[in-house]
Design a protein. Structure first.
Length: 332
């Protein structure tokens, strides 16, 4: 923490990799204890009977500096002995069985996190409490909060007959993202269980000095959080304290399927397309230098637009982006 560090109460709406990189930078410019991260749990899945929360774990492992930077998920210095040992059983499992699945890789050390989360759930602990314990085990000072304690599952509807199935068929997010490498066209996305899910930390969100929508996928990372009852209406009320960072640079996502998903779902895959999705809930949008020409069109939507380097190639750039993001509202 350097001298200029703030202790603003900041709430960050976060998905996985892009958000995690931003949070590392934010930790260098704002008191970590004053930062609450509301994390998407629509990617959660059950694999081998284990409850897995990919975005929560990516955020925690990144802040703990234990993430495997090249993969963007899971732990560094990982081994895969358990996965390798499954192969024997994959050969004998009956057709239709998902036992000994080999397409979703769980590292040997990463398994400990899933063992712990699953065991605590079976004892009746809620997702927020379990996340507090896992974050504490990694000495994370930020408050890491699952967007809801209820189970919500992002489901993807296939746009055409493809390797994953027939047009109109619905598959889980992880099958879409990992098994089929998000290389299939999407007709629609919905969040099963969202209608009965209550948002966590809505009070913290409503009273935050600054709310940041991290550079995550607007559809499947930020979308589930917004879809929770009361979140969008809260953001609309505090719009002048909400700043978003575009995850689309030069029409493309830095990582993952956000660009093609936006197009397939009828949005423009550009910083302007992102602005249109956020203009009702955020007063300011941070875009990358390469998209500077879009600034007037974004401001025509009634948003302030800040142009800067948003490619977080190293922690220093992440810190600079975090500083710019917090400062972007001071000018209000
Ligand atoms: N992503 C992959 O591309 N391949 C995997 O085998 C994989 C395994 C995995 C295990 C645990 C975990 O927390 C994340 C994992 N991910 C994997 C990433 C995950 O699919 C994504 O992080 C999110 O769901 C999208 O943000």
């Amino acid at each position: 923490m350097n001298a200029q560090s703030n202790s603003l109460s900041v709430v960050v709406l976060a998905g996985g990799v892009g958000a995690a990189r931003f949070l590392r930078g934010l930790a260098m410019v704002n008191e970590p204890k004053s930062t609450t991260v509301l994390v998407n749990t629509g990617d959660d899945t059950v694999m081998h009977g284990l409850n897995i929360s990919p975005d929560i774990d990516t955020v925690i492992y990144t802040l703990a500096q234990a993430i495997d930077a090249q993969r963007g998920w899971g732990l560094t210095n990982e081994s895969w002995r358990a996965m390798e040992s499954l192969h024997r059983y994959a050969k004998v499992r009956p057709p239709g069985s998902t036992a000994a699945s080999e397409w979703f890789n769980l590292g040997d050390q990463d398994l400990a996190t899933h063992f712990y989360r699953t065991a605590r759930r079976s004892e009746g602990a809620d997702a927020w409490q379990i996340t507090r314990e896992i974050a504490a085990a990694w000495s994370i000072e930020q408050q890491i909060v699952p967007m809801t304690n209820q189970d919500v599952s992002t489901v993807v509807e296939l746009a055409e007959d493809c390797i994953a199935g027939n047009a109109g068929q619905r598959i889980s997010f992880q099958e879409y993202f990992v098994k089929y490498k998000h290389d299939i066209a999407v007709r629609s996305v919905d969040f099963a269980g969202i209608e009965n899910a209550k948002p966590n930390a809505l009070a913290q969100l409503a009273s935050a000095d600054v709310v940041v929508i991290a550079p995550s996928n607007p559809i499947v990372s930020i979308g589930p959080i917004r879809a929770l009852d009361g979140v969008d209406s809260t953001l609309e009320k505090i719009r002048d304290r909400v700043v978003a960072i575009s995850p689309i640079v030069g029409g493309h996502a830095i990582k993952g399927p956000a660009d093609r998903m936006l197009k397939e779902l009828g949005h423009e895959s550009s910083a302007l397309g992102v602005a249109r999705m956020y203009s009702s809930i955020a007063s300011t949008l941070i875009i990358d230098n390469v998209d500077a020409t879009l600034k007037p069109a974004i401001e025509a939507l009634g948003m302030r637009c800040v142009v800067t380097n948003t490619i977080m190639a190293d922690p220093q750039i992440s810190a600079e982006l975090a500083r710019t993001t917090l400062a972007s509202l001071k000018g209000k």
